[in-house]
Design a protein around this ligand. Structure first.
Ligand code: ACO
Length: 685
């Protein structure tokens, strides 16, 4: 095989598909009209004639396909028409012959494709086929290998699935043959590394069986496998106790000053390093790393980019296993920067240093009072690890979290991910007892396949939520100049997230709502919800939101309703949502909670919705909700709606580990995502 990519001819593609078990039409390759007529006798009528030319990719567009041929005379005429069309439309085309093939009966036209993503490896696509494939865009993707369960999931997830299952009285089509073909296409990619791209369009599906009536296969010599995985981080980051800062500065305008000021709260020891020596912010400054009396666990670097290689070398000689390179001006800045980045990676390899960045904000571990960044705000301790490719998103989010009492187990800025990357950090977060949920802001995953495999293990233990930026072409360009990212296809990321069990979030607010919900309540046991409120309007909205987000408003049993009748006013709703009427005080809520505790088998999620009224003290209500939550293992979701009046109540909920949502729909959206994820998890077991 030569090094150049090569598109297989149609007969070659058919041979490959046949070899892997996908049905193709009976066909023959001929050079002349005479041979065509002879071949048609064995292929059978009706038949199809197709041009065979290495220079024509879109045969139909060039007028190179004639269908519905029933006789030798029609076949002779069809070949003439093809010759004529080609001479008119593609006069320079090289005609090597014709393919005469049986005409498949009418069926549903579908599409199976595959390609090798530079980051995630082989990806299989399935969807509606035919000439409208781009227009319909009714496709779904999975990373290969595609399991039988996943193949089935692909078939079920397209919009046109009802046509496969049997629509308006039509008989169902052969779904089993279809899932089998998807898996075979997947096997083709996992076993034949030289297969680079595959398009079967259309793949015609019948009541029994299927037939790939057109196929395009691109062969390319396989690229070298990615570099072997690095060893795990040398020391648990959550245990660092001695940190050096190279580039510490007495100038309040400089990053080296801001980082040192943040480090003053650190529970461990800090060693500022600057050739000038002296003292900064009350700390003795060491002229070099070699002068520090004991070996630091980590070094933070805030010197200009051209000095970073020397500092890394000094760190290597000093035996420091971990570096945090805040400095920018590397791969993201162009060729010279890329060479510098390569140099620091080589030094790191030589001395066995693992480093985060370059071009990053640093990291924050609130429980150690460690803020190794130049973010002026330090987050509160909590149970969510946030791993972000953007420093600006970290500073914004930390600022936002403070007023909402949201805390973090750790905040990591990955920067260019040259050495320590998302995979290392999610591993670290997965092993950390304080971390209950992981939120990722991703522009690019550099080794997608490794990420996918690791994330699939982590999501079995802890919820992982990701926001993937760079969906649009413009967004992808912005990511490239931000952290030198080649964002890749958004759809491939979506497929990888789904298969690895990562929950995709549209924005930061959704991601953290979900993290809050899952971090405090875990996954719900099912989707049966009950809404308890004294506000009729919100009961109506709650029903709408429940339907929109896949939450089922469960009917309440007669026994439960009868128990509630005893303390509810006349004319209460007597159904779910439980509308307790506007004059309800906290006592009525409490009695309802008690009834629901006695009937826990009837529901999985309770949404407690309250609005500011004269009869409800949010603090008392929150205290009752905490009691409710303590007496049930079901999910309790707070929706104390309003403004300042709710603050004290929300704090009580937070202390009791009950999530609270300021927007009612956010609560249902988050619970809906949790339910869907739990259902998918069950399928994986
Ligand atoms: N050892 C120790 N200190 C040294 C050394 C050395 N070998 N060489 C120089 N220094 C000192 C300098 O003397 C200076 O201290 P001083 O103020 O006492 O003179 C200090 O280190 C810093 O060096 P400067 O030359 O003053 O550099 P400056 O502070 O202007 O810039 C910086 C350095 C901040 C690293 C800059 O090059 C940079 O990269 N800025 C951008 C950082 C960034 O945005 N990162 C990514 C953010 S987030 C994201 O996610 C994309």
């Amino acid at each position: 095989m030569t090094d150049a990519p090569r598109i297989l001819s149609e007969p070659e593609s058919y041979a490959l598909l046949k070899e892997c078990g996908i049905t193709v039409p009976h066909h023959a390759v001929v050079k002349s009209t005479y041979e065509a007529v002879t071949a048609a006798e064995s292929v059978g009528y009706p038949c199809v004639a197709k041009i065979l030319s290495p220079t024509i990719t879109h045969k139909s567009d060039a007028g190179g396909v004639q269908t519905g041929i029933h006789t030798p005379e029609e076949l002779t005429a069809a070949i003439e028409t093809i010759r004529h069309n080609i001479s008119e439309r593609v006069p320079d085309a090289e005609i090597t012959g014709f393919v005469i093939e049986e005409q498949a009966p009418t069926g549903l036209e579908l599409y199976i494709g595959g390609k090798r993503d530079p980051s995630f490896g082989p990806v299989i696509t399935f969807g509606t086929g035919g000439t409208l494939v781009e227009l319909e865009h009714d496709i779904t993707m999975r990373l290969a290998p595609v399991s039988p369960e996943e193949a089935k999931g692909m078939v079920h997830s397209i919009r046109h699935y009802p046509q496969i299952a049997g629509y308006r009285g039509t008989a169902p089509l052969d779904e089993a043959a279809l899932t089998d073909a998807i898996q075979k296409a997947s096997t083709l990619f996992t076993t034949r590394p030289e297969v680079a791209e595959l398009d079967i369009n259309p793949l015609v599906l019948f009541k029994e069986g299927l037939c790939a009536v057109d196929a395009r296969v691109l062969m390319r010599p396989p690229v070298a496998p990615p570099a072997p995985s690095r060893p795990p981080l040398p020391k648990d980051l959550f245990l660092v106790s001695r940190i050096a800062l190279v580039g510490a500065s007495a100038n309040p305008e400089k990053i080296g000053y801001a980082v040192l000021r943040n480090l003053l709260t650190f529970s461990g020891t800090v060693y500022p390093v600057n050739p000038k020596g002296g003292e900064i912010l009350g700390k003795a400054v060491y002229p070099s790393l070699a002068d520090i009396p004991e070996q630091p666990d980590a070094v933070i670097i805030t010197v200009p980019n051209t000095i970073v290689p020397q500092v890394m070398r000094d760190a290597g000689i000093r035996g420091i296993p971990l570096a945090i390179i805040i400095t920018s001006g590397f791969r993201e800045a162009g060729n010279e920067g890329a060479l510098l980045e390569q140099e620091i990676e080589e030094i790191a390899q030589e001395y066995g240093i693992r480093y985060t960045g370059p071009n990053c904000l640093g990291l924050q571990v609130p429980r150690l009072s460690l803020n190794a960044t130049f973010d002026p705000k330090s987050p509160k301790p909590g149970h969510t690890a946030f791993i972000s490719q953007s420093g600006a998103i970290i500073t914004t989010l930390v600022d936002w979290s403070l007023s909402r009492d949201i805390g973090f187990s750790a905040v990591f800025s990955v920067g260019n991910q040259t050495n320590i990357d998302f995979v290392d950090y999610i591993r670290l977060a997965a092993a950390d007892d304080d971390t209950r949920t992981v939120v990722l802001y991703i522009e690019e995953i550099r080794d997608g396949r490794r990420f996918f495999e690791e994330a699939a293990k982590v999501t079995l233990k802890k919820p992982v939520i990701a926001i993937k930026a760079g969906r649009s072409a413009v967004g992808q360009k912005a990511a490239a100049s931000h952290t030198g990212s080649l964002a890749g296809s958004y759809e491939v990321y979506e497929a990888a997230f789904r298969q690895a069990g990562i929950i995709s979030a549209e924005n930061l607010s959704d991601a953290f709502s979900l993290a809050m919900l899952l971090g405090s309540e875990g996954y719900p046991q099912g989707n049966r919800a009950v809404v308890i409120s004294s506000a009729g309007g919100f009961c109506v909205l709650a029903s709408d939101y429940a339907e929109r987000h896949g939450i089922r408003m469960t009917p309440l049993s007669d026994t439960l309703l009868a128990e509630m009748n005893a303390f509810m006013p006349d004319g209460w709703s007597r159904r779910n949502p439980v509308d307790m009427v506007g004059d309800a005080g906290v006592h009525r809520f409490a009695l309802t909670f008690d009834a629901l505790i006695r009937h826990q088998d009837e529901w999985d999620i309770a949404f407690v919705v309250s609005v500011p009224t004269a009869t409800i003290d949010p603090v008392n209500l929150a205290t009752e909700m905490a009691r409710f939550s303590r007496h049930t293992d079901k999910m309790v979701v707070g929706c104390l709606l309003g403004g300042d009046s709710t603050v004290a109540g929300v704090r009580i909920l937070r202390d009791a580990d009950i999530p609270n949502f300021e927007e009612l729909e956010d609560a249902f959206r988050a619970a809906g995502a949790a339910v869907r994820r739990e259902e998918e998890l069950k399928k994986r077991d």
